[in-house]
Design a protein around this ligand. Structure first.
Ligand code: FEO
Length: 395
């Protein structure tokens, strides 16, 4: 259901929790759901900021009417056209045919590709303003967070930033309207980072540019299109985004392995145990056949070293490991130290394939790759000792 809640005089959030969709963008698991938000300012003029996923479309118009009553909707500001936020633009236009639609040049190119010719378009440039009465809007172009048309709006009376995908999170919101209703930011940090690394992390350079632009503003409230509204933890939130967009890490090791009969799992465990025994903290081991890549990517984003291990599969890399590598490449993971290990029963091939993938992505390896032929035992596993030493040096 789509609920409207008041944020402050004249500013309302419309939020729907979606706990039914299994996969975000049809590939990222949503075990705790996702929330879609859009916003309304009801002033002398009325403005809607984005729409909603079409699965809640039949409720949007009624919910807008709950907020603005019989007034007309004067403006629709489109921050982002991904269909989880743009799904109901057509129905809003049908209900309010005189609504003026605010967006940038790229917004309207994409909008035309979705809906054909649309009337009443107002193309804004970075820094343009719009008066609603008590509230004043300033538009901020922030391309590539997460699509090229992405932009934000800063409302100057309340210092509220409508931030589109930025500062959003996976996870339905368990009742809280604002971040101050959380126990701490830690309650949702994992799902925030999973969202960041999988959705906007690829464009981290553009996130950094946007953060620089936003640093000139005295932001007191942030209204993203997913997750809670931010007020209490804005300093911490901006600091996390600085860190994540710089792909800056404190330490930590991710060991991701592919193993059909446990041989390569033994190698992963040997490396993890050896590192832990040497005092390395934050070692995380993932079986790529069991853990979804979105979770592995999240931990990779946090970690200094990434070790990838594959059994041989038809003389190459195991398929689940190929998928993980493809996602790590796709999401432009940078600033890591890498290592490669694997097992095979005759000629191997998993390690050789991983080396080719690493070279193709310019992933700098901390040592030569290591490989065991046949069933591992403690003597054979010592082949990984050089890799373990190199990881400790890299931390
Ligand atoms: Fe939540 Fe990029 O859309």
């Amino acid at each position: 259901m789509l609920f409207s809640q008041k944020l402050s005089d004249g500013i309302y959030m419309l939020r729907a929790n979606d706990r039914r969709t299994q996969l975000f963008e049809n590939h990222i698991p949503l075990p705790s759901g996702v929330a879609y938000n859009c916003y309304i300012i009801n002033d002398e003029k009325t403005a809607l900021f984005d729409t909603i996923h079409s699965s809640f479309g039949d409720e949007l118009l009624d919910t807008i009417k709950q907020v603005i009553g019989d007034k007309s909707l004067d403006y629709l500001v489109i921050h982002h056209l991904e269909p989880d936020h743009s799904g109901e633009i057509k129905s809003v236009i049908a209900q309010y045919p005189s609504v003026e639609i605010y967006g940038n040049k790229k917004t309207f190119e994409i909008l035309k590709s979705y809906l054909g010719e649309v009337a009443n378009l107002v193309e804004i440039k970075d820094g343009d303003t719009l008066e609603l009465g008590e509230h004043s809007l300033q538009f901020v172009l922030t391309p590539w967070i997460h699509w090229p048309e992405t932009m934000m709006t800063f409302e100057t009376k309340t210092s509220t930033l409508f931030s589109a995908d930025a500062f959003g999170s996976f996870g339905a919101v368990d009742g809280a309207l604002m971040d101050e209703q959380l126990t701490s930011i830690k309650d949702i940090e994992d799902e925030m980072l999973r969202y960041y690394s999988n959705i906007v992390g690829k464009y981290s350079m553009m996130v950094s540019k946007a953060l620089t632009k936003l640093s000139a503003m005295d932001i007191k409230r942030i209204c993203p299109v997913h997750g809670v509204v931010w007020s209490k933890y804005i300093t911490e939130l901006l600091s996390l985004y600085q860190k994540w967009s710089a792909q800056s890490v404190d330490g930590g090791v991710v060991i991701a392995f592919a193993s059909m009969y446990g041989f390569n799992e033994s190698m992963a465990d040997y490396i993890a145990i050896s590192l832990a025994n040497r005092g390395v903290k934050g070692v995380k081991v993932f079986d790529v056949s069991k853990s979804d890549p979105s979770y592995i990517l999240t931990e990779v984003w946090r970690s200094r070293v990434v070790l990838l291990g594959s059994c041989a599969y038809n003389g190459g890399v195991f398929t689940s490991m190929e998928t993980l590598c493809n996602i790590l490449s796709h999401c432009a993971v940078k600033g890591k130290s890498w290592g490669i290990f694997g097992t095979g029963s005759w000629n191997g091939g998993g390690v050789k394939g991983l080396v080719a993938i690493a070279e193709g992505n310019k992933w700098e390896c901390v040592s030569e790759p290591v490989e065991i032929i046949g069933k591992p035992n403690i003597e054979k596993l010592k082949v990984a000792d050089a890799l373990i030493e190199a990881v400790i040096s890299a931390l």
